[in-house]
Design a protein around this ligand. Structure first.
Ligand code: PMP
Length: 392
């Protein structure tokens, strides 16, 4: 059997490309933040994770350019050896302080943060317990570890408790959940999760890729609920509100020290260049100094949720500036996506396995820098397209 046989048999995407309905990997020609150019067309961007609009902020861009002048374009090595800059450590100190933990450790992506941290901590006699809607990087981190994996129903703390009760008392337990779920835009019930975790001697890690910069005054989901001390580890990415590329995990100094010396995704991969580190650091300082950005993105989220609901769209349990439009069918999802695209709005179509069958959706997400006029236009286009395809 040729190991490549499956590649030559994989034709679904090619067929969709030929039919002109393939919605992925579309090259962007220009990016001005809230407006982008695709296929020569100007669209309002409602499918980015640039929640605070900082990827095009002049201060962030200038800091990144200056860092390249000073340090060059790459660290050409791992944090462990030649790839640690004083800048990485400065960033770690300011991140730890921002999220309210003793120490932080910067990885090269959020994906690697989860792969490295979870696999370093979950050993042979341990169990990692995941929400069924957890991000793929959490699932893969758990798979890389040598422990057992258990899943509980999405945001169902009673089910989580049943799972915990069934586990041997002597095994180490790590619960890992998204703080703000990337597809549904709903929030993990952290106060209840930390309460059952404590009851069964489990530790809790929160992936706040989407919550950081948005919830809790920007300090994340744990801060939103006032349970920062009860959450043991907080991770996030730089590829969303931090306007850069990279990731970090924060927690007790001794735990971070252990992860630093055991996470293979950190030790065997090059560190982020100075330009990425300074972009994240500058974004962090702007978050601190300009809380009005965080208020604005949340206000926009509320406005869009209310408007979509009033028009009759199904937005599930969204509680944030991530607002899914649930469609429930692959073909209709792609058709609606295409009509929105042609009418001037960029959103992300999400089908299974990324969401369960019947939950196919268009993921819309908003930025602090969207203007009211842009949002009026987005709603008007959604209304027209929603009527056209019979969603409303
Ligand atoms: N966790 C979650 C919840 C995410 O949504 C993402 C990115 N989509 C990641 C982790 C990975 O982050 P990165 O893009 O930095 O690899």
């Amino acid at each position: 059997m040729d190991i490549f046989a499956k590649c030559y048999d994989f034709t679904i995407a090619k067929q969709a490309i030929e039919q002109g309905i393939y919605p992925y990997f579309i090259p962007m020609a220009e990016n001005e933040g809230t407006e982008v150019v695709f296929e020569g067309k100007r669209l309002i961007m409602c499918g980015s994770n640039n929640y605070l609009g900082l990827t095009t902020d002049p201060r962030v861009k200038k800091a990144a350019c200056e860092a390249i002048e000073r340090f060059g374009t790459s660290c050409t090595g791992s944090r462990f050896l030649n790839g640690t800059l004083a800048l990485h450590e400065q960033l770690e100190r300011e991140l730890a302080d921002w999220v309210g933990k003793e120490a932080a450790l910067v990885f090269s992506t959020g994906m690697q943060t989860n792969l490295g941290t979870i696999s370093a901590l979950v050993g042979r006699n341990d169990v990692v317990i995941l929400d069924k809607d957890d991000h793929a990087s959490i699932v893969d981190g758990a798979r890389l570890g040598f422990g057992k994996i258990e899943r509980f129903r999405h945001n169902d703390v009673e089910h989580l408790e049943r799972v915990l009760r069934s586990l041997p008392e002597e095994s180490g337990k790590l619960i890992v959940v998204d703080g703000l779920f990337s597809m549904g835009g709903d929030i993990a019930p952290l106060p209840d999760i930390v309460a059952v975790a404590r009851k069964y001697g489990a530790r809790v890690m929160v992936d706040d890729a989407h919550g950081m910069g948005v919830l809790g005054g920007g300090r994340g989901t744990a801060a939103h609920f006032g349970v920062t001390d009860e959450v043991d580890l907080i991770m996030s990415t730089f590829s969303k509100s931090f306007a850069s590329l990279g990731g970090f995990v924060a927690g007790d100094e001794q735990v971070i020290h252990y992860v630093k010396h055991h996470a293979r995704a950190l030790i065997f991969s090059a560190s982020i260049p100075a330009s990425n580190a300074i972009a994240a650091l500058t974004a962090l300082r702007i978050m601190r100094e300009e809380p009005e950005r965080i208020e604005r993105v949340n206000k926009i989220g509320e406005r869009m949720r209310n408007a979509f609901r009033e028009m009759g769209f199904n937005i599930g349990n969204s509680q944030s500036p991530i607002v899914p439009i649930i469609i429930g069918d692959d073909e209709k999802t792609f058709l609606t996506w295409r009509l929105l695209f042609e009418n001037g709005v960029f959103v992300n179509p999400v089908i299974s396995p990324a969401v369960p069958p019947g939950m196919q959706l268009l993921r819309t997400s908003y930025m602090a820098t969207h203007t009211d006029e842009q949002l009026d236009r987005v709603l008007e286009i959604f209304y027209r397209v929603g009527k056209m395809v019979g969603l409303i």
